[in-house]
Design a protein around this ligand. Structure first.
Ligand code: GCU
Length: 597
């Protein structure tokens, strides 16, 4: 218990030192009393970054006819929040720079209440001001953050101004080049969160590692009255467990429970109530175990094969950053239609709706931080940023049964500095959450034309090996997969975390004509034949469910700034490869167990 507390305190300290000066994250915001600030925000585009010097954050108004003020939020354009700006205005489609958002809101303070402003995410750097005063900065485009504004909010009207800057940074996470659209803005919901003076800020409630009938976890209070009796209730099981928090507001607990375990086929969620003396909150939590035994992945103690697909957070039909529950249901519904029990949410933490929907619909999740390609491995700031994003991701999602794997990287070039950097992330993931598996999407080494070797030194430190490969697309033609031999240096479960091919929906031709549905279908057929020959294979997540926007894909008439490797087009049209993959998964579903041979 002491270790847990020390870790928690250390993490709070590190998080406080990290570039993101936001306050400790409140979990399960949707289970709280919130005032939504979603809707139309005024917006001033600031391509030359003059907003600070012009003091846009003061939201000034002309007082006399002779005043010179060269900005005015009242007469400015507007943008919908949540939502990226690129897909809302043609002139912002390719924009990379700063946009100043303003939201006016009325508020009535009340004794004993504290107020936070909570952001689901803002890509990429957000500077937050309230009534002309700087509240703080957050860096990282895909994780939530919140600032306490109890002492700054006014009775009556308030002016909340947020400068969002989506310029890519060499020392950023991700760095300068990605194969996805740099959607900028307040891409997820913003809300005021009212909590009692002392409230339940954070908690972790899952099965105790290695058990299937014991719940373990901890609860953390925030405020002045930190020593309280907290009761954890699961009404459906007639369970009630009381604990006393210590002088830091922290209490650990564990107790027996006879549970209906969560599985993709039976995604059972329980109402779990946490009742302190000054606060209470209810969450919907599933309980399952996920572990590795030798070369198998075990779900609730039984070997499982992960029938997956990769997804970007691209909105179906309209394109743009997805953020809503219905978009999550559409995308994950297509994954279920494929026969998936697993999704890889690439390459960054998706919005909370996606993860909660995976909980409800029964899909195991590979979650990932955007430590993607050539990160600045030697930079302390870059490491602090990556650690902070990982901490925010795990803080938000650690009570979601669907989350099975924390991935720390995608296709990162091997070096000593990169290995040190990623080992720090792996260590942090395990400190924050010892109940889940850690992985990374690595690249194979190719010592000869038809030999693929997985011997990345990172493989020693992960629980599950992830490997991306594109035999038949970037390497050779579809039939090459029939010849490839795999050599794996570790006796660990392997997930082929990417394979695929591009196709334009509706473009038909022979099986060797690039970009036709037939070519993509051919790659899938030969890939599946190759996958069956990999003894340690315990999962696969082809790249990718749906076509998605990327600035690296300009081929007119074919790509038009879309990566076309979806088995579904961005208009929701299923390509021939969709059915090949579905057929493969149906066959696997009929078998139980962990292998595909
Ligand atoms: C890489 C990378 C993806 C990218 C894909 C592609 O493996 O991980 O982000 O989109 O290949 O080239 O389509």
């Amino acid at each position: 218990m002491r270790k847990g507390l020390l870790i928690l305190l250390a993490l709070l300290f590190i998080a406080a030192q990290a570039k993101a000066q936001s306050d400790p994250l409140i979990v399960n915001v949707e289970g709280r009393r919130t005032i939504s600030l979603d809707g139309r925000w005024k917006a001033i585009v600031d391509p030359y970054g003059i907003g600070e010097e012009q003091k846009y954050f003061r939201d000034a108004h002309q007082r006399t006819a002779s005043d010179l003020i060269e900005y005015n939020f009242d007469t400015a354009d507007w943008l919908d929040v949540p939502g990226d700006w690129n897909s809302q205005r043609e002139r912002l489609f390719l924009y990379e720079g700063a946009v100043w958002y303003r939201r006016l809101f009325d508020y009535q303070r009340s004794a004993g209440k504290r107020l936070f402003v909570y952001f689901g995410a803002a890509n990429y750097i957000a500077d937050v001001y309230l009534n002309g005063e700087r509240i703080g900065r957050h860096e990282g485009g895909f994780t939530p953050f919140n600032f306490e504004i109890t002492d700054r909010v006014r009775d009556g009207s308030n002016s909340l101004i947020v400068r969002v800057d989506n310029r890519r940074l060499r020392e950023g996470v991700p760095t300068l080049v990605t194969d996805w659209w740099n959607y900028g803005g307040l891409t997820r919901s913003v809300a005021l969160v009212e909590v009692p003076e002392t409230f339940i800020q954070d908690y972790f409630i899952q099965l105790q590692k290695g058990t299937r009938d014991r719940i373990a976890g901890w609860v953390k209070l925030n405020g002045k009255r930190l020593v309280q009796r907290v009761t954890i209730r699961i009404p459906e099981l007639n369970l009630s467990q009381a604990v006393n928090t210590d002088a830091n507001g922290y209490a650990a607990f564990s107790f027996q429970a006879k549970l209906d375990l969560w599985t993709p086929e039976n995604p059972k969620l329980y109402d779990v109530q946490l009742v302190a003396e000054t606060d209470s909150v209810t969450d919907q939590i599933g309980f399952r175990s996920i572990e590795v035994r030798g070369t198998d992945i075990l779900l609730n103690g039984r070997p499982v094969f992960l029938r997956g697909i990769c997804l970007h957070e691209e909105a179906p039909f309209r394109s743009g950053r997805a953020f809503s529950r219905e978009e999550a249901r559409t995308l994950l519904g297509w994954a279920k239609e494929l026969g998936c029990n697993f999704v890889r949410l690439a390459h960054y933490p998706h919005n909370e709706q996606m993860v909660r929907e995976a909980d409800r619909m029964g899909l195991l999740v590979w979650a990932e931080v955007p430590v993607y390609w050539g990160i600045q491995w030697e930079s302390r700031e870059t490491l602090a940023n990556a650690l902070n994003q990982l901490t925010e991701e795990i803080t938000r999602d650690k009570n979601r049964a669907a989350i099975a794997i924390w991935s720390v990287a995608n296709e990162t070039p091997q070096s000593e500095a990169r290995l040190r950097f990623l080992r720090s992330l792996i260590e942090r993931a395990r400190e924050l959450d010892p109940t889940r598996l850690v992985s990374a999407a690595m690249l194979p080494r190719r010592p000869a034309e038809d030999i693929y070797v997985i011997d990345d030194p990172l493989g020693q430190y992960v629980d599950v090996l992830g490997c991306n490969e594109y035999v038949g697309w970037y390497d050779g033609l579809p039939e090459k997969a029939d010849r490839v031999q795999w050599q794996i240096a570790y006796q660990k479960p392997l997930i082929i975390s990417e394979f695929g091919a591009g196709a334009v929906y509706g473009l038909h031709g022979d099986r060797l004509t690039r970009w036709t549905e037939e070519y993509q279908e051919e790659v899938y057929r030969h890939q599946i034949g190759m996958l069956r020959r990999i003894p340690l294979l315990r999962g696969v997540s082809p790249w990718i469910l749906m076509d998605f926007r990327s600035p690296r894909r300009p081929l007119v008439g074919i790509q038009d700034f879309y990566n076309r490797k979806g088995v579904i087009s961005n208009r929701g049209e299923k390509k021939r490869a969709f059915y090949v993959l579905r057929e493969f998964y149906r066959e696997l579903q009929e078998r139980s167990g962990a292998n595909v041979r």
